[in-house]
Design a protein around this ligand. Structure first.
Ligand SMILES: Nc1ncnc2c1ncn2[C@@H]1O[C@H](COP(=O)(O)OP(=O)(O)OP(=O)(O)O)[C@@H](O)[C@H]1O
Ligand SMILES: [Mg+2]
Length: 350
């Protein structure tokens, strides 16, 4: 339903999109995963006929996005990253207006607006002006606006960025429902867990290029699976070797020597086994954590550099994951300005 080959978009000398190819079979979800500035929105804008590519081609529902813009537009729904609704109108007025503009009769447009407001949990706020909506309500109205006409192909640009955890989960279930009803979806996201939840396949983009593609499981396998993080009671250089026995990749050690991190294959009781091994070596442990890989881990595995942290990370993001804190952590540490770090102040031990 969506296919693109070698899409390029330049702004001045810079290539916002530098040759993106992708394909989305009917009834499936493609996750376009990448950090700020990767070229996700620009790619969506080309696929949805809002801007013309400088090179390459794309077809949506069999129609060329440059030569058949009208036919493409008739098949798609778009949730733009920047709100498309009118904030001076109520939620109901916005949806009714979009229905009217799309050629529905007044009564049909009204009925549809009511149904969508219900579906997105906005019935109580239906007659309030959008200006008074919370950010999460705005995002939901944006998505509803993209569904006034039941388009077979949906483009959702960061549908959950800025939502609280509960609203994200609610949004996920609406998106899943749409796919169950037969929609083909391309969604962009900065979160591996979101792509993992929703996408059949994922393309990872960075600096306008596709740097990896596959299922969530395949991408995670490329990062070496789960992450083991150990916090020591005291810095002990020999701890890296002990942890290395369980590692499927390099063991990263923080500058203060207290935090160690490495990819591992999860097995039952791994955390206990690690604690016992450190204990036998006489090394005191404060904390052991095993967690699934994040976008940051995927990026680091693929590119050797960390993904820039999203400007508005979800409220449940663990502390210390922002690029800003990494920069200050690195610049506060004299003596090793050129040491490779993985974005969390950890130095990779060769
Ligand atoms: N209209 C424009 N004029 C000039 N540069 C632009 C324009 N639109 C995008 N860019 C640049 O192109 C690059 C890709 O931007 P894009 O918005 O596609 O990224 P993104 O992946 O959607 O990022 P985000 O996650 O922040 O939304 C960025 O470097 C951006 O500054
Ligand atoms: Mg964007």
């Amino acid at each position: 339903m969506i296919e693109a080959e070698g899409l390029v978009k330049r702004y001045g000398d810079a290539e916002a999109v530098a040759g993106v190819s992708l394909a989305v079979p009917a009834g499936t979800v493609l996750g376009v995963l990448g950090p700020n500035g990767a070229g996700k929105t620009t790619t969506v804008r080309m696929l949805t006929t809002l801007t013309a590519p400088d090179a390459g081609w794309a077809r949506v529902a069999g129609h060329d996005v440059v030569r058949e813009t009208g036919a493409v537009r008739a098949k798609i729904g778009v949730t733009a990253q920047d709100a498309t609704v009118d904030i001076l109108l109520t939620g109901r007025q916005n949806l009714t207006m979009i229905g009217r503009l799309s050629g529905l009769r007044r009564t049909d447009a009204r009925r549809l607006a009511t149904a969508l407001l219900d579906r997105f949990g906005l019935a109580d706020a239906a007659d309030r002006v959008v200006k008074a909506y919370s950010g999460g309500m705005r995002r939901r109205l944006d998505l509803a606006a993209g569904l006034v006409i039941r388009p077979p192909v949906l483009f959702l640009d960061e549908p959950t960025t800025g939502l609280d955890p509960a609203s994200r989960v609610r949004m996920w279930s609406v998106i899943r429902e749409l796919v169950t009803d037969g929609a083909t979806v391309l969604l962009t996201t900065q979160y591996l867990d979101e792509a993992d939840e929703l996408a059949d396949r994922i393309v990872v983009v960075d600096h306008g290029r596709v740097i990896a593609a596959g299922t969530a499981a395949e991408l995670k396998a490329r990062t070496g699976g789960a992450r083991l993080q150990v916090t020591l009671a005291d810095a002990r250089p020999e701890a890296a070797a002990v942890i290395g026995r369980f590692a499927t990749g390099e063991v990263a050690v923080s500058r203060d020597g207290l935090h160690l991190r490495t990819p591992v294959t999860t097995g039952s009781g791994l955390a206990g086994t690690v604690v016992r091994a450190l204990d036998e070596a006489g090394i005191g442990v404060d904390d052991v954590e095993i967690r699934p890989p994040s976008l940051d881990d995927v990026f680091f595995a693929l590119t050797g550099h960390p993904a820039e942290a999203p400007a508005d990370a979800p409220a449940d993001a663990p502390p210390g994951e922002s690029a800003a804190s990494d920069v200050s952590a690195a610049s506060d540490t004299p003596g090793a300005p050129d040491a490779p770090t993985d974005g969390k102040g950890l130095v990779t031990r060769a």
